[in-house]
Ligand binder design. Structure first.
Ligand code: ATP
Ligand code: MG
Length: 278
């Protein structure tokens, strides 16, 4: 069995193809029959009020949850519902509630993200032969490149828990990139960031796209979403109610109603920090 090279996506076929995904928890339908695609080279947005099912949808895509119904394909193959196999297939993610190893260094956190792409196994690690040392040196070099790319290289030896919040979010992105994904899923990448950090995050997402990595991003910050995304889908009570470009989404009556009549530009959530602190 080969695990390294996935087949190239057929011309015109979507990179990610989600069909009729439903996720029920007992009597609650958190995600209701959602279909969606992400194409090569695209940045796609996913918005919706708190509790709309956005994170649950990501969890269905990444094998954390097995959807009650529906299928998720990447590069024309159904993704197995196991997080490590999804990562191995080329789909990486960050988490709304940051999941770093606080007592490990910034560099070590990125190295953890690298392990799905290294061939050196446990046996080799125990023996610590030349193969192990070569692989380790290559991994460290790649991890340092990613820290340069995300602007964290100067803090490589700092403990992750000592980084300011905005840098922890960037570190999550660096760790996700370490698995060499073709698709990156970002769950509220700017939550808790100040305006300068948010602008820098916008540049970073464009730079990631320019590396040839497609992006699906959840955010409450509408300015961020509409600056970045080629297409945006709106989830309300688990259902996708509309999908399209900025004008289509902003002028849709159902979207305006879902956000309680607030104009979209000002509908930025203020409670994500409180939520992330829990
Ligand atoms: N493991 C679970 N068990 C039961 N209910 C769940 C579970 N995970 C999520 N839910 C419920 O599913 C619904 C959708 O939650 P989800 O976290 O996906 O929303 P969200 O759109 O990401 O919201 P936010 O913008 O606040 O992050 C909520 O009602 C939530 O309570
Ligand atoms: Mg969420």
């Amino acid at each position: 069995m080969t695990t390294t090279t996935a087949p190239a996506t057929a011309v015109g076929a979507p990179l990610l193809d989600v069909r009729g995904v439903t996720m029920r928890f007992g009597g609650l339908t958190a995600v209701n029959d959602v279909s969606m695609t992400v194409n090569q080279g695209e940045i796609v947005g996913l918005i919706g009020p708190n509790g709309a099912g956005k994170t649950t949808f990501f969890n269905c895509l990444t094998g954390l949850y097995v959807p009650t119904e529906g299928s998720v394909s990447y590069q024309g193959k159904v993704l197995p519902p196991k997080p490590h196999l999804v990562t191995q297939a080329g789909v990486a993610r960050t988490f709304q509630n940051i999941r770093l190893f606080g007592n490990m260094t910034v560099l070590e956190n990125v190295l953890v993200g690298r392990h799905t792409r290294t061939k050196e196994g446990l046996f080799s690690a125990i023996l610590r032969g030349p193969g192990y040392h070569r692989a380790e040196a290559a991994s460290r070099q790649r991890a340092m490149e990613l820290l340069e790319f995300t602007g964290l290289a100067a803090k490589a030896e700092h403990l992750a828990r000592n980084l300011p919040y905005g840098e922890q979010r960037k570190l999550e992105i660096a760790r996700a990139l370490a698995s060499d994904p073709g698709l990156l899923l970002l769950d509220e990448p700017t939550a808790g960031m100040n305006p300068q950090e948010t602008n820098a995050a916008e540049e970073l997402v464009f730079a990631i796209r320019d590396l040839g990595i497609a992006i699906l991003v959840i955010e409450h910050d509408m300015k961020f979403i509409f600056n970045l995304c080629d297409r945006t889908a709106v989830l309300v009570q688990g259902q996708k109610i509309v999908e399209g470009d900025k004008e289509t989404v902003q002028n849709d009556e159902r979207v305006i109603t879902a956000y309680l009549g607030a104009p979209l530009e000002t509908a930025t959530s203020t409670d994500e920090q409180a939520e992330d602190a829990t």
